[in-house]
Each structure stands twice: as structure tokens, then as C-alpha cells.
Design a protein around this ligand. Structure first.
Ligand code: 3NM
Length: 221
């Protein structure tokens, strides 16, 4: 079973005007304590995505290990950051990411597992009890349920499931559960109380990434 950190930052390319801005955002979220990030890009082509993913990985490995001498100490003292690729198993492998997250219209979990092998993480988005029960039978390492609350970060989101949807999801799976959609520092604790192991967030990290990540950890302790 994965040790899922409480906060899962979604780095959505649609919110940044340049790769540099996107990488800086990710660095700040990591500086705030976040150890699990997903790269999401719903409009870029494969070449742009790969380039951005590589920059993200490079930026984060440099910010984690700023000095060669400090490398060992950093590795021992600090859990490393995991990078998850949204949708694209092929780009996960090429960019040497740590896992893939797929939705209901992407490759099936078993197809992705066949590509990424047994060790990389595989996450699956679900939006209702049927989808969740089905995803529970796959080799997914974690399941996501959402949108918990209203969100404007996703085009044509599924109907809101609410905290009740999180409770129901918790009853249907023993896999680690990520809640997503409209989650903020103000409501995150209620989502964890409802049974989620982790909250995935886009908007409430955007304005002050480092401070916001720190505050998520404070309320989710
Ligand atoms: N997936 P924010 S909701 C990317 O329901 C995504 O599966 C969702 O962004 C799902 O934290 C969502 O700004 C958007 O609401 C999350």
C-alpha cells in the first residue's frame, strides 16, 4: 500500500504562461512540503508536453539537491518528490516520471500497467460508485474520487459528489483514496475526515504556492 502524502499538487499547464513559470510554481509547492505532484496538460501536443515535463523534472531535482556536497544529506533527510504524468504512459517513461494518472476516457488501467510495469505508480480518476468499484478491481495503486465540490479548473466536470461521495468511496475501496475538485485549505480537513487519504488541488495553490502548501499541511496534520 502506498504511503500517500496528504497533499497532491496538480501542476496544470493551462494556468501558466511559460514553462519557467510552471517550474517555479512546482518548486514553491515543494518548498512548502509537497512531495507528490502531477503534471497535467490538456492542450499541449506530445512534443510540448515532453519538453515541459523534462524541465519540471530537471527543476525539481535541482531544487531538491542544490549543492553536490549536500546530495547525500538531502537524500537521507528528505523524502524525494514523486512526479506523476497525467494521461500519457509513453511520456511518463520518456520523461522518467514516477507514475501515470488516467481518467475514464484514457487508456485502461491494465493497458497503462502493461506499459509502465509494476513499480511505477498508477492512479485512476473516478466520479461515481460504479466507476470506483470497477477501478478497485484493477492494479491501480490509488483511486481518485471527484469532483468533491464545484470546480472551475476542469472542462465539463462530472456532477459534484460531495463529502457523502467521499464517504461512499471510502466504503468501496481499501486502496489509498485521493479526493479532488474544489478542495481548499478551508474545506480540506472535512474531506480527510470523510475518509480521503490525500487531497489533490489546483486552484488553491496557485496564488501563494509555498504558503498555501504549508497551510494545507497545517490543517491536515
Ligand atoms: N479532476 P481545483 S476535478 C483535474 O473530478 C480535476 O476528477 C477532477 O481543480 C475530477 O482544485 C479537477 O482547482 C479539477 O478544483 C481540480
Amino acid at each position: 500500500m502506498l504511503p500517500l502524502p496528504r497533499l497532491y499538487a496538480i501542476v496544470d499547464a493551462g494556468f501558466f504562461s511559460s514553462t519557467a513559470e510552471l517550474v517555479t510554481f512546482a518548486e514553491l509547492v515543494v518548498a512548502g512540503g509537497c512531495r507528490l505532484l502531477q503534471y497535467r496538460n490538456k492542450s499541449g501536443n506530445a512534443r510540448q508536453m515532453l519538453e515541459q515535463a523534462r524541465e519540471l523534472k530537471r527543476g525539481l531535482s535541482q531544487s531538491q539537491n542544490p549543492h553536490p556536497v549536500a546530495k547525500c544529506a538531502t537524500r537521507v533527510g528528505q523524502p524525494s518528490v514523486r512526479l506523476i504524468m497525467n494521461d500519457r504512459a509513453d511520456l511518463c517513461l520518456v520523461a522518467e516520471f514516477d507514475g501515470v494518472h488516467v481518467g475514464q476516457d484514457d487508456l485502461s488501467p491494465e493497458s497503462v500497467r502493461g506499459i509502465i510495469g509494476p513499480d511505477r505508480w498508477l492512479g485512476v480518476s473516478t466520479h461515481n460508485p460504479d466507476q470506483l468499484a470497477r477501478a478497485d478491481k484493477t492494479s491501480a495503486d490509488y483511486l481518485a474520487i471527484g469532483p468533491v465540490f464545484a470546480t472551475s479548473s476542469k472542462e465539463t466536470p462530472d456532477p459534484v459528489v460531495g463529502l457523502e461521495g467521499v464517504r461512499r468511496a471510502r466504503q468501496l475501496t481499501r486502496k489509498p483514496l485521493v479526493a479532488i475538485g474544489g478542495i481548499t485549505r478551508a474545506n480540506a480537513a472535512s474531506v480527510i475526515e470523510a475518509g480521503a487519504d490525500s487531497v489533490a488541488v489546483i486552484s488553491d495553490l496557485l496564488r501563494e504556492p509555498r504558503k498555501s502548501a504549508e497551510e494545507f499541511f497545517r490543517v491536515l496534520r
